[in-house]
Design a protein around this ligand. Structure first.
Ligand code: SF4
Ligand SMILES: [Zn+2]
Ligand SMILES: [Zn+2]
Length: 324
């Protein structure tokens, strides 16, 4: 992303970052300005937030959500962070510490929850084994469910997430390839709230939707954000990564492709999608769902059964083992 001798496109000082999609080179202060303008434009174009509004920021400890938290705070929104610790070993611990460092640096509250508290002690790995689904698909469903619940419980009307252009362009490509018309219709950087304030859907916004991962990485460098090092072990084989890789290849050959692809898709939509349909309520947790149980309660029931069977099998094996 850098070239010795590069000059900043805006101020002509030595530049540290090259942004091919914008045909620009930026020094640190101009990169910061560019970044915040992109966020402001997204907020304005899609009516994400009111000036100075209170907003809950879902932070994972990665560069995207920490960059988002800092930006919203510096743009004058009243922010608080929320972190769901996935309890997947050292990486989860490092992620939690990063979020705490960021909260201390901003002087803003961080609300913390851990997966085990919300799942009756079942780990993500156990739920994945029990349901035989992809790790990221299970994890994503749980994160969305619990973040929604935390946002409502904490009394915020909007939660902001660090999803960015690479995520959205990758998802758009996947949905087009598989002709997922429902998902294509629902794709929008704002998901309006639905239902009552206690058990419905919280409003969700994606203010980084105009920014590429590489641009966010540059912003994280400029601000020396305390980004958690390492990689989530669950991400291996995630389908979205294949679509993102394909988009990266197109972007490398034709800079600006991701921008055109995703933002033009949004531009051509006649209107934002309608608020989510509520359907019924989950008989266990009360969350909106089209079936008797929501996806999370269904998976938890399956995982509890799996855990009982496993315990019984291990006990039988132990009883049958010859005594020394
Ligand atoms: S990479 Fe996948 S498993 Fe890891 S936190 Fe993200 S969604 Fe969850
Ligand atoms: Zn400059
Ligand atoms: Zn439920």
């Amino acid at each position: 992303m850098t070239d010795p001798g590069m000059k900043c496109t805006r101020c002509r000082q030595p530049a540290r970052f090259r942004l091919p999609a914008h045909n620009a080179h930026f020094c640190d202060p101009c990169l910061d300005l560019f970044f915040k303008r992109q966020v402001q434009k997204a907020i304005k174009d899609y009516a994400m937030l009111r000036p100075g509004q209170e907003v809950l920021v879902a932070v994972s400890g990665g560069k995207d959500s920490l960059a988002l938290w800092l930006t919203l705070e510096e743009l004058g929104y009243r922010t608080a962070g929320v972190h769901l610790c996935l309890e997947m070993g050292e990486f989860s611990e490092a992620s939690l510490q990063s979020c705490r460092q960021m909260a201390a640096r901003l002087g803003r509250p961080l609300h913390e929850a851990s997966l085990g508290q919300l799942t009756d002690g079942l780990s993500m790995q156990e739920i994945v084994w029990a349901t035989r689904r992809q790790f990221c698909s299970v994890c994503g469903t749980f994160k969305r469910h619990f973040l929604n619940r935390l946002c409502l419980e904490l009394g915020f009307d909007t939660v902001a997430t660090g999803h960015h252009l690479d995520d959205e362009a990758g998802r758009l490509l996947g949905n087009l390839i598989h002709n997922h018309l429902d998902y294509l219709q629902a794709m929008w950087p704002v998901l309006e709230s639905g239902g009552d304030a206690a058990t419905g859907f919280a409003r969700k916004v994606k203010p980084l939707c105009r920014l590429e991962g590489a641009e966010i990485r540059a912003f994280a460098q400029v601000h020396e954000l305390p980004v958690a090092q390492g990689k989530c072990a669950g991400s291996k084989g995630a389908t979205l990564l294949y679509y993102q890789k394909a988009m990266d290849q197109l972007e490398a050959d034709m800079p600006g492709t991701k921008h055109n692809f995703y933002l033009e898709f949004l531009r051509q939509k006649a209107a934002p999608p309608p608020p989510p349909q509520l359907g019924g309520r989950c008989q266990i947790c009360g969350a909106p769902t089209m079936s008797e149980l929501c996806g999370v309660c269904r998976m938890l029931a399956q995982a509890r059964q799996w855990r009982e069977k496993r315990r019984a099998r291990l006990a039988a094996e132990e009883a049958a083992a010859p005594t020394p």
